[in-house]
Design a protein around this ligand. Structure first.
Ligand code: ADP
Length: 305
């Protein structure tokens, strides 16, 4: 059995003269959450639409769940687009059963699965209500339930958390974690970097259709690590051997960012602090930039070029 959910090889797509995606090349594995990142207009939706066989790439090849995305294979995929529509004048359960049947489920199975999902999403009491009577957040949870009703092996979600409050965000997040745990593959396209840091195993960042960063989220963050340390505590940091510059740390708390000389290491600085009778540390860590910082740097470089 293959462990790869999506394989793309050098895909490209132009709209007329405009190259929306150029030479993008990545894999998504089963049992992972994969983030697709990029500024507006980067080519994320175009990439997703090629994966889903809504549009054809001009170049390159794509395999989904081990082959070409045939009609039968489409029933093993769940897709939640950013433009979301529900049939507002029918009941929640009727609509879910209908959409489950469209994905090849028997009515009885769809009903059972829908009720189970509504229970998990704390919406069981709303099963018989019209979709239009639900709040926006509730409708979004129903849309999520519809995406996974047929037990897909791969789900692709555009901006999974937009418009959700923190409690509902956690409910959806936990369902995505569950899905991953059971070996499903999740592709989420998002602008919200904190969610990528918290949830995604690997990521692809594209900008103006070009592949910029690809790999494990932790590795990418480490790749951008500064030769610097974040400390919190008490001490004359500037007096430490190996420290060339001290700045307030940008998280705004009591921390300081210590830039290190080329030959200094975090170990040598920590040892010097430990030997000092007057210094105290409450926190000591490598200065690894947030994905937000990395995103701004990479997308910004692109604008400048
Ligand atoms: P993203 O999802 O990252 O915001 P898109 O893939 O939607 O980016 O779009 C990438 C670029 O291609 C944008 O500049 C967009 O204007 C352009 N584009 C998207 N769809 C079409 C289309 N059908 N015809 C012409 N240009 C398009």
């Amino acid at each position: 059995m293959t462990t790869t959910a999506i394989t793309t090889r050098h895909i490209a797509k132009a709209y007329g003269d405009f190259q929306a995606v150029a030479d993008v090349h990545f894999d998504v594995y089963k049992g992972e959450i994969f983030a697709l990142l990029g500024p507006n207009g980067a080519g994320k939706s175009t990439t997703i639409r090629m994966i889903l066989d809504i549009i054809k790439p001009d170049k390159g090849s794509i395999e989904v769940l081990g082959g070409k995305l045939t009609e039968a294979a489409k029933n093993r995929v769940g897709y939640l687009p950013e433009e979301r529509g529900l049939y507002k004048s029918v009941s929640v359960i009727e609509m879910m059963v209908y959409l489950g049947k469209l994905k090849g489920m028997a009515g009885k199975d769809a009903h059972k699965k829908a009720m189970g999902l509504l229970q998990k999403l704390e919406l069981a009491d709303f099963a018989k209500k019209k979709v239009s009577e639900l709040s926006k957040g509730m409708q979004q949870k129903v849309q999520f339930a519809v995406t996974v009703i047929h037990d897909p092996e791969l789900i692709i979600i555009d901006e999974p958390f937009s418009g959700l409050d923190p409690v509902n965000r956690m409910v959806i997040r936990d369902l995505l974690f569950d899905f991953r745990q059971r070996g499903g593959a999740v592709v989420m396209s998002t602008h919200q970097m904190n969610q990528v840091e918290e949830m995604a195993d690997r990521m692809l960042m594209i900008s103006r259709g070009q592949q910029k960063l690809y790999g494990a989220v932790d590795d990418i963050r480490k790749q951008f690590a500064l030769h610097a340390i974040v400390v919190e505590g008490k001490g004359d940091w500037a007096a430490l051997p190996g420290v060339t510059q001290v700045e307030p740390h940008s998280n705004g708390r009591s921390g300081a960012l210590l830039h290190l000389a080329e030959n200094a290491t975090s170990d040598s600085v920590l040892a010097a602090i430990a030997q000092s009778p007057t210094m105290q540390i409450e926190k000591f860590e490598l200065a690894i930039p947030s994905l937000d910082d990395i995103f701004i740097r990479v997308a910004g470089e692109d604008k400048a070029s």
